[in-house]
Design a protein around this ligand. Structure first.
Ligand code: PGA
Length: 254
């Protein structure tokens, strides 16, 4: 399966900084990505167009939106429509990131609406899932992942479910490992990714084996290679260490 190495720039970088980092990535990867990996950048809204322009015409580089509202347009102050992100050149959307679930209060139901709408609008969607430390300590890892995944897939039509390959990915990001420097240990990553894989297969049949599962949470150049080569780890979603192209490029080739 093609591995995906994705940068989540969160609320960092103005459009000039974004253009400069994205151009640095595009020129470093001008002759293709290592092992034909797909490299994605989820930039802030005001920088999506700059990233898309730097990546234009390069099949292994993609631009995505970190957030969106599941409607064509309307009275949703402060929100952005997928059509607007498409206009800025984005082809991927992130849904269910833990910062949106836990800081902005997005529920499983709302995340599910976003996933269905984003797919319906022709985007590829990356669904983020993961447990808090309290949930892990209470032995609820499997339950939390099952709720997050089955709720997100529930509204999809049978036709949509049958055509998810190549346009749907799951990023497992334990909340306690995001931005904390506490990367999950390999046994924990293996267990969680196997759980996600089994859930995808239970929901989608054999197709669940073809969908990439990324790991995210304090991925750095020095731990990326160990993580990306684990069973059922089909890529990485990188926050802090993706902000500088030198650091992110080391992860892209890890
Ligand atoms: P981090 O963030 O790499 O800074 O831990 C990952 C993420 O939030 O996607």
């Amino acid at each position: 399966m093609q591995k995906i190495i994705a940068a989540n720039w969160k609320m960092y970088k103005n459009s000039k900084e974004a253009a400069s980092e994205a151009s640095a990535l595009a020129s470093a990867l001008a002759n293709g990505t290592p092992d034909n990996r797909l490299v994605l950048v989820f930039a802030p809204f005001t920088a999506v167009a700059a990233v898309s322009a730097a990546f234009a015409g390069k099949a292994c580089l993609g631009s995505g939106g970190q957030n969106f509202y599941p409607a064509a347009e309307g009275a949703f102050t402060g929100e952005i429509a997928p059509a607007m992100l498409k206009d800025a050149g984005a082809t991927w959307l992130l849904a269910g990131h833990s910062e949106r679930r836990h800081i902005l209060g997005e529920s499983n139901d709302f995340v599910a609406q976003k996933v269905a709408y984003g797919l319906d609008q022709g985007f590829s969607v990356m669904l983020c899932v993961g447990e808090t430390l309290a949930e892990r300590e209470a032995g609820k890892l499997g339950q939390v992942l099952a709720e997050q995944i089955s709720s997100a897939l529930k509204p999809l039509s049978a036709q949509c479910k049958a055509a998810l390959a190549g346009r749907f990915a799951v990023a497992y990001e334990p909340v306690w490992a995001i931005g904390t420097g506490k990367v999950a240990g390999h046994p924990e990553v293996l267990e969680a990714h196997k759980t996600v894989r089994d859930l995808l297969v239970a929901e989608l049949g054999d197709q669940g084996n073809a969908l990439p599962i990324l790991y995210g949470g304090s991925v750095k150049p020095d731990n990326a290679s160990g993580l990306v080569n684990l069973e059922n780890v089909d890529g990485l979603l990188v926050g802090g260490a993706s902000l500088k192209s030198e650091s992110f490029l080391k992860i892209v080739s890890a």
